[in-house]
Design a protein around this ligand. Structure first.
Ligand code: NAI
Length: 258
């Protein structure tokens, strides 16, 4: 049995991942704002550091895998704090614990929103590990209303997918034998999308932006099963990938981009 850290374990995809792992007998340390083994706010450095400390205490310092699901999609700067820095800084803090595992693996949840328009200034600030600047830019966008403020979400996810690609080959990750990947879902039926999918008009808007010709809106299980494979010992060579697990949204939107 392996020890997994799952962020966002209280709801949606994270709850599904944690449930599947527990069912098959793996040990899960959930991290979330509430209803979790480790209750911490991943939107602040203080919360991230406390989360790392409490995970280390709960696991005796060895972590076999991390599945980072915690995320928000609100048109506010905190979205960048949770979705990017709440993943990258938390994972970096857990590297020593992952290094003690026989088969360390990490997977994060990105989004097909990586393909949507972004704020390059936010993406650049994220990749420069400059949280103050990323939040400052996201704040100026949020002041222009929710439609512009929403750029925080695709920007945080594109930066996350790019971070995965850059980091995976470095001494910190490949050097420690840790595959690092992202899964990019389409529209998943979780509390995050309940409101968004509450009227025929809003469903039509979502479906126009996120075309899913294969099987339509997806279950959290459809995302969780891929996250489990990527973080299984069986995955020895898949790394740096953002795998679009999205009913064909990426194939529709990007076409021949291979
Ligand atoms: P959800 O809202 O059901 O679950 C997200 C969890 O993250 C919640 O339990 C929440 O408390 C936790 N969380 C939020 N802020 C936090 C913070 N500051 N510190 C610690 N935990 C925090 O959402 P869902 O749908 O399960 O989303 C999971 C991931 O999938 C997110 O990263 C989201 O961006 C991504 N995603 C979701 C899609 C969807 O259609 N639902 C589509 C593509 C990506």
């Amino acid at each position: 049995s392996r020890t997994y850290v799952v962020t966002g374990s209280a709801s949606g995809v994270g709850a599904c991942v944690a449930g599947l792992l527990r069912e098959r007998g793996d040990r899960v340390v959930g991290v979330d704002l509430r209803d979790a083994e480790v209750q911490a706010d991943l939107s602040t450095d203080e919360g991230r550091e406390r989360a790392v400390e409490e995970v280390l205490a709960a696991t005796d310092g060895t972590v076999d895998a991390v599945v980072a699901c915690a995320g928000i999609s609100a048109p506010v700067p905190t979205t960048v704090a949770v979705n990017f820095f709440g993943v990258t800084r938390f994972l970096t803090g857990l590297l020593p614990a992952l290094e003690r595992s026989q088969a360390p693996r990490v997977a994060v949840v990105s989004s097909m929103a990586t393909l949507q328009p972004v704020s390059e200034a936010i993406v650049d600030a994220c990749l420069a590990d400059d949280e103050d600047e990323a939040l400052r830019v996201a704040g100026t966008l949020a002041e222009q209303g929710p439609q512009v403020g929403y750029l925080a979400y695709p920007s945080s996810k594109r930066a996350l997918s790019r971070w995965v690609r850059r980091e995976c080959v470095t001494a910190a990750w490949a050097g420690r034998g840790i595959p690092l990947n992202a899964v990019a879902p389409g529209t998943v039926l979780t509390p995050m999308t309940t409101q968004l999918l509450s009227t025929p008009e809003s469903v039509a808007m979502v479906d126009a932006a996120v075309p899913m010709p294969l099987n339509g809106h997806q279950s959290p299980e459809s995302v969780a099963s891929l996250l489990l494979w990527l973080t299984d010992a069986a995955n020895t060579h898949v790394t740096g990938q953002t795998i679009y697990d999205d009913g064909g949204a990426d194939a529709v939107l990007r076409g021949d981009d291979v």
